[in-house]
Design a protein around this ligand. Structure first.
Ligand code: NAD
Length: 306
């Protein structure tokens, strides 16, 4: 197997001063990419700023013989991050939306500020940074974008209503970007990582924390960003040197009326509930049009019943 390289490519990694982002930045640089190491340098809850985090990773890359430049802006000002790439390297090929913070509280205790800051950093930050890079990538005819979701977004987690909402939001954003960018070879995929980092310290058991190294996820993200990878609009969960695809499945369902002229009633929903929720013959849903085709088939069936 020959080494997959990123020579001539420019990779922007947000929140790359620590944890997962640092691992991504080091890997891309070691494989020949020029890297923009973005990090606001604040605390895990969104307070403060600093240049040390981004500078530290840029130094690591340079000491290893790689090429990198620091950017200290918040992802909420994503266009400044992309400008750093364009000013220094003239292009942007890869964008990993990775920056993140937590403001965990049970829903009853969540303040509007806790809600807003999490939506701003995770969802709006991904929107702002991606929107600045997207036209450049489309014009080039090449781009690879990663959104970072979370198990909390896909499955929910006590105390993370704000974070769960934002992390599901980036999945929706990725779904549509995958469609809008496809014709121009601009692909967007989602990573759902689990790793020992500042964000998970004290949340993961210590032995698991030590074992779940960000470096074990970085190759998955890097592969998704390689020009040879044709994956688009996919959610990949990864941890501990394992990776797998996640997808929405829908049950076969059933009609809750027999003829097109029949009404739908609460009682017929109740009577059919076991079949509506029976996942035995569930199928993956790949697109909105596939979902609509199934709907039209149901309507045709009802009309024939007349
Ligand atoms: P981390 O705290 O080690 O790294 C996040 C980095 O983002 C920090 O260096 C921080 O300074 C930076 N950052 C925060 N707000 C920023 C902003 N507004 N602009 C620019 N940079 C900012 O945490 P991590 O675990 O490496 O998290 C990386 C991403 O992975 C986050 O989006 C997180 O939600 C997600 N994630 C992590 C896990 C996990 O198990 N570690 C699980 C699911 C999702």
């Amino acid at each position: 197997m020959s080494n997959l390289r990123f020579n001539g490519k420019v990779a922007v990694i947000t929140g790359a001063g620590a944890g997962l982002g640092r691992a991504y930045a080091l890997l891309f640089a070691s494989r020949g990419a020029k890297v923009v190491v973005n990090d606001l340098g604040g605390d895990p809850h969104g307070g403060g700023t600093g240049q040390k985090a981004a500078d530290g990773v840029v130094n690591e890359i340079k000491q290893a013989g790689g090429t990198a430049v620091a950017n200290y802006d918040s992802v909420t000002e994503g266009s400044k991050i992309i400008k750093t790439a364009l000013d220094n390297y003239g292009r942007v090929d890869i964008l990993v939306n990775n920056a993140g913070i937590l403001r965990d509280k049970s829903f009853a205790n969540l303040t509007e500020d806790d809600w807003d800051i999490i939506q701003n950093v995770h969802l709006k930050g991904s929107f702002k940074t991606t929107q600045a890079a997207f036209p450049v990538m489309k014009k080039q005819g090449y781009g690879r974008i990663i959104m970072t979701s979370s198990g909390s977004g896909l499955y929910g987690n006590f105390g993370q209503a704000n974070y769960s909402a934002a992390k599901t939001g980036v999945v929706g954003l990725a779904n549509t970007l995958a469609i809008e960018g496809a014709a121009k070879n601009v692909y967007c995929n989602v990573i759902v990582p689990t790793a020992g980092s500042r964000l998970t310290q004290g949340l993961l058991p210590e032995d698991l924390y030590q074992e779940l190294k960000p470096e074990l996820i970085a190759p998955v993200v890097a592969y998704l960003c390689h020009e040879s990878c044709q994956e688009n609009g996919t959610i990949i969960e990864s941890a501990a040197g394992w990776a797998g695809k996640s997808q929405i499945y829908r049950s076969k369902g059933c009609l809750i009326r027999q003829r097109i002229t029949d009404p739908a009633t609460i009682e017929s929903v109740q009577a059919n509930w076991p079949e509506i929720t029976n996942m035995k013959n569930a199928v993956p849903l790949v697109s909105l049009s596939a979902s609509r085709v199934a709907l039209v088939e149901k309507l045709e069936y009802l009309r024939k019943g007349e």
